[in-house]
Design a protein. Structure first.
Lengths: 270, 270
């Protein structure tokens, strides 16, 4: 394994084969010191049991995936999203997660009102922030690639995320995923601007060609992103934490998870 | 047909069925006053013959697609790209095209050096600009969706295109395609900034779900983009020209071109 930042496994990377207990055991077995669960596997295991096993394994929880998904077609839908986010905050607190990663949501079904959806995101974050602060849970806004704007995240750039941080104040920062931000002409300036608000750093790679908008993300090193360069930028900005590997990939989901973790370690250069 | 801006057919929209002569005849038959040829069909027909038939049909050439594709792995490749762009400028001049649309190119094969590729684009534009000015051919920089950054366009945002315009000066503007810019949180501000430098306005729609990164663009109205809103922004900025329909779509390529043109007209609301 190359020397570098501490590694964290995002559980979605092996979601077809392993539940959370197996992910925790796998991290321990492979010497991966961090883990970032998705809520589906967390809830399947049970939050208390998961918190105990993670603590016993000596792992850091680098994030909980995910809060967000605020826009909805009606007030009841938006209220349901806020209620779900409040449960996510409790879960992040129970795990001692470094942050709750916010995937903010796309356009409501049938809507073409992008500014309106963005306002719903802002309103949703404002609504849950008091609870997050009270619980000591950091909210990490994750800008997602613009190709996800319609259906997953109207939060599209690092600049836009930092504008929200500026507005919302303490307890809100950013989760920066190389896959989502690498193309941005403003990325260097915006990472410098982010400074101490960088709460997570995710690595995966852009494959050429990319054959699916959601499920064809590459193992670091297999694509064209200068991941080392982006890691250097976040370190220059003051972030010294984990590099989390989060792959949504049919190709890697089909592999033996032990092989995936070995490959992650071998590919980890930053 | 709804009242609105004059319509233009980009020939790629019917590329599987019609050559340029049939596109010209089709525009005349359907009362579509503008045409924007790609160079493959232009060269297949012959530039002089095409110019004559377009003039005889009374059509406006709203753009020639395309120049650009500057980044290359070595100096010979970059020189070849410049030579090809000089030929494209001659063709645009011969057609009396409103602009030569620049699709600037992606990363050179094997490269992860995005700033380097962007510098190659800037250098390439500088190299061809004197010839473009001498020929009276406007260069319209087209920012492409960030999902094309690796393999088609490292020019990713309207702001980045306008920064290049600022640097390059007279004779350089932007071609704004709703499909490529709709997601951008800065789009309203950047369209206002563009002002008189808007040389073309392209409409196609973002489908949900989108099943292919290149060939699943939607007919206006079939997706989630607020095309009318973007058209209002460019008009507010001073652009009163054509709305060009450029669909790269396996679904529409499979249709009878007369039906495609009828649908374009029926869908044209801006």
């Amino acid at each position: 394994m190359a020397l570098g930042s501490p590694l964290s496994l995002n559980t979605v990377t092996v979601k077809e084969r392993w539940g959370l207990a197996e992910c925790i055991e796998g991290c321990a077995r492979h010497g991966i010191p961090g883990i970032s669960p998705w809520r589906d596997v967390l809830q399947a295991m049970g939050v208390a049991a998961a918190a105990r096993q993670i603590r016993d394994a000596g792992l850091s929880v680098t994030g909980l995936c995910r809060g967000g998904m605020f826009p909805a077609a009606d007030a009841a839908g938006r209220a349901a999203a806020i209620a779900d986010n409040l449960r996510a905050i409790e879960q992040a607190h129970a795990l001692g997660a470094a942050c709750l990663v916010m995937v903010c949501g796309g356009l409501p079904p049938g809507s073409r009102d992008l500014p309106g959806a963005r306002a719903m995101v802002s309103d949703g974050l404002e609504a849950i922030l008091p609870a997050a602060r009270a619980a000591g849970v950091n909210l990490a806004l994750e800008p997602l690639h613009p190709m996800t704007c319609a259906d997953r995240s109207v939060l599209s750039t690092t600049a836009q995320a930092l504008d929200l941080c500026d507005m919302l104040g303490d307890g809100v920062g950013v989760a920066l995923d190389c896959y989502h931000i690498w193309w941005d002409p403003a990325v260097a300036a915006q990472i410098a601007r982010a400074g101490s608000r960088i709460m997570a750093f995710h690595a995966c790679d852009w494959l050429v060609p990319t054959t699916d908008l959601l499920l064809d993300r590459g193992m670091p090193g297999d694509g064209v992103i200068d991941i080392a360069g982006l890691r250097a930028m976040v370190e220059q900005a003051g972030y010294t934490g984990f590099t989390e590997i989060e792959l949504l990939s049919r190709r890697w989901w089909a592999e033996d998870p032990d092989h995936v973790l070995q490959t992650m370690k071998a590919s980890h250069k930053v």
